[in-house]
Design a protein around this ligand. Structure first.
Ligand code: ZN
Length: 239
């Protein structure tokens, strides 16, 4: 890991003014709940045809994850936001942990399980968990049913989030970090591939190999939380 730190030192420099001027894009799946994969296994079509079945499944998933909290990896990414000129976090997770940890510039491309919306009217609400919901939950304003604001299998990505991602990519980044993701979704892998054309550094933190492992500049085959904590401590102390 020492070599990797030296490489990072070379990439970003240690001077505080240099660090403050760096724009970073982070592609992150920091926690290993695998929640996004579970949610994507639920088909959007099933939600419309058998909402009670879909909600039964979703509520089981939510119940299994209830009480879990963000980890040190999420916290480090949230702390980093204040130290760089511009930092965006693109995540495929639907657990909401990045916002819970304090990150503000988050594009949660698959949505957040805690955001519910009505299938008929404009009602939206945010819930802490599903503990007090009756399934399938009904809209308080109309006869419609509620659904979580997440991308289910067969559904399109939310247009406004895709547009936001495109806008940020257009502005460009100085460094791209890809953390804990296998990058099987093309929109998660693409920024790393674009970085090669832009000739900007890329760093991957992931214990296993991913779709982009072969094209990143620095690869740290390590767990996200402990590695981010170690790197950030080094950066902060300018060791
Ligand atoms: Zn409604």
């Amino acid at each position: 890991m020492q070599d990797a730190f030296e490489n990072l030192r070379g990439l970003l420099g240690w001077a505080p003014d240099r660090i403050a001027a760096v724009a970073i894009l982070v592609l992150a799946v920091v926690i290993a709940l695998g929640l996004h994969a579970v949610i994507l296994a639920v088909a959007g079509r099933m939600l419309r045809q058998r909402p009670e079945l879909t909600w039964k499944y979703l509520s089981q998933v939510e119940r299994d994850c209830r009480g879990a909290r963000h980890n040190r990896g999420h916290a480090v990414l949230a702390e980093m936001e204040a130290h760089f000129e511009r930092m965006w976090l693109l995540t495929q997770n639907v657990d909401g942990f990045h916002r819970q940890a304090g990150s503000r510039r988050v594009i949660d491309i698959h949505g957040d399980l805690h955001d519910l919306l009505c299938l008929r009217c404009a009602h939206r609400e945010r819930v802490k968990d599903y503990q007090h919901l009756e399934f399938p939950p009904r809209c308080p304003h109309c006869p419609g049913l509620l659904r979580p604001d997440v991308v289910l299998f067969g559904e399109l990505l939310p247009a406004e989030k895709v547009a936001q991602l495109m806008q940020e990519l257009d502005q460009g980044f100085d460094v791209i970090l890809t953390i804990g993701t296998t990058s099987v979704f093309p929109y998660i892998a693409e920024p790393v591939r674009m970085a090669q054309q832009w000739r900007i550094p890329t760093v991957e933190i992931n214990p296993g190999r991913s779709e982009v492992s072969h094209c990143v500049e620095i690869r740290l085959p390590l767990r996200a939380a402990v590695t981010l904590d170690a790197i950030w401590t080094r950066f902060r102390t300018r060791a």
